[in-house]
Ligand binder design. Structure first.
Ligand code: ARG
Length: 456
């Protein structure tokens, strides 16, 4: 493609290090779409003859059909998807193929292709996250009243409901979706026509190509157009954050599936057995979601480091932008699908959750609050009195609400029988009516709103 100035061909190592076709063949659809928009604009502007543009368009359609049927041929000599397609076009329609690259460079071409690809990737992730939200809301609604221990420091803290716990993940995914939607808005400007770095002397119409490719507008600075990869970083950062949420949920499922917890039975479909220990049921899918989050974060770091020292405009380092984005996207799409499947089909052992909520003295705060409310005792003092009640319950190995009234009165004479109304886990969660609290009425109200947000 640049043979005019060169006397010798590339070293075989050069051929290998230079080629991006082994991975950027994934951009073929976007590359064809970009070329078709470009040549249509060239014809509209009188830069190429209508007849030539038609031959080029037909050739591109034929190549698309070939790629669809047989895949993209990987020829390292042709370096990348742009050259593979252009050389095939020349085979099909002859020298007129050479007119396609007028007023364009591979620098703006690849920036355009990659934006189009990431835009599709965002749409795919958005759809996946929406399904995950639906699954979370469905399971939360089924379990809006199911009491479980709420934890801080992974120590039993106060009773909450399983519905409330699941809806916490709904909120995380809602923020993830807004990050992807936001990234999509910023991404949606078209670099095509910036040419190599400085723009072009041909009378092009960049607004026309931008519109044809579904972009809101053309980018406004040719140097930035060919050297900017913020859209890929935005994607990777949003993907990283989403994967952190998936990983936390995966981690909870792993802990919950362990024998000491026994809060869930993970579906067979997402577990594996052991070749040696017949009793085993391993949470492999959840563990891989947790593991993939680390790899996705690694992809984000990789592209950050690639970009951080690059002077304007294009440098070949930027060819390394695609593998981390492709890898992160594949891992994220799989992780979302696996988590959605697990949320939809996991068996929650709510009897076991309730039992542990009752045994962990999780209503101690309720006793302290009652002393403040009914006895007019300052909270710090109430906290101290309650600590003694917890010690008594621990010594007697009974839940708080089974401590005899005599024992409680011995600890503090201001306690009377009415206290039992707040010592059960159900009374505890029902009392947490503050906005966003765990009371089933609050959780159901949020679920109703969430369903509206999801259009279901
Ligand atoms: N394969 C290249 C990439 O992915 C295309 C752009 C090449 N431009 C250049 N001037 N060498 O970044």
């Amino acid at each position: 493609m640049w043979g005019g100035r060169f006397a010798a061909g590339p070293a075989s190592i050069m051929r290998e290090i230079n080629a991006s076709i082994p991975f950027d063949k994934r951009l073929w659809k976007q590359d064809i779409a970009g070329s078709k928009a470009h040549v249509a604009m060239l014809a509209q502007q009188g830069i190429v003859e209508g007849e030539d543009a038609q031959a080029i368009t037909e050739g591109l359609n034929r190549i698309a059909a070939e790629y669809e049927a047989n895949g993209v041929p990987v020829n390292l000599d042709l370096e990348d998807i742009h050259m593979v397609t252009e050389s095939r076009l020349a085979e099909l329609i002859g020298p007129v193929a050479g007119r396609l690259h007028t007023a364009r460079s591979r620098n703006d071409q690849v920036a355009t292709d990659f934006r189009l690809w990431v835009r599709d990737a965002i749409d795919e992730v958005e759809a996946g996250l929406l399904s995950l939200q639906r699954a979370l809301v469905t399971r939360a609604e089924e379990n809006a009243d199911a009491v479980m221990p709420g934890f801080t420091h992974l120590q039993s803290a106060q009773p909450v409901t399983l519905g409330h716990h699941l809806m916490a993940y709904y909120e995380m995914v809602r923020r993830d979706r807004s990050r992807f939607a936001d990234a999509r808005v910023r991404l949606n400007e078209c670099p095509l026509g910036a040419a190599a770095l400085a723009g072009t002397g041909f009378p092009t119409d960049r607004h026309a190509t931008a519109a044809a490719l579904g972009f809101a507008k053309p980018t406004d600075n040719s140097l930035d157009s060919v050297s900017d990869r913020d859209f890929a970083l935005d994607y990777l950062m949003a993907a990283t954050q989403a994967s952190l949420h998936l990983s936390r949920l995966a981690e909870e499922f792993i802990i919950w599936a362990s024998q000491p917890f026994g809060f869930v039975k993970l579906p067979d479909a997402y577990s594996t057995g052991s070749s040696i220990m017949p009793q085993k049921r391993n949470p492999d899918a959840a563990e891989l979601v947790r593991g993939h989050a680390g790899r996705i974060m690694g992809c984000m770091t990789a592209l950050c480091v690639t970009m951080k020292g690059l002077p304007l405009a294009y440098s070949k380092d930027m060819q390394d932008d695609k593998p981390p984005v492709f890898e992160a996207h594949d891992l994220l799409a799989l992780s979302i699908a696996a988590m959605t499947g697990m949320v939809e089909t996991v068996t929650f052992r709510t009897d076991r959750m309730r039992g542990l909520a009752e045994s962990g003295f999780a209503t101690a705060t309720d006793l302290a609050d009652w002393l403040v409310r009914e006895g007019g005792i300052p909270f710090r003092e109430a906290h101290h009195i309650t600590g003694r009640a917890v010690a008594a319950a621990e010594a007697a190995a009974v839940p708080m609400d089974q401590l005899p009234i005599a024992t409680l009165k011995e600890i503090d004479a201001r306690i009377d029988e009415r206290v039992y109304a707040v010592l059960t886990v159900d009374a505890s969660v029902a009392s947490r009516q503050s906005h966003g609290g765990t009371a089933p009425s609050q959780v159901r109200a949020r679920i109703a709103q969430a369903k509206e947000e999801l259009g279901s």
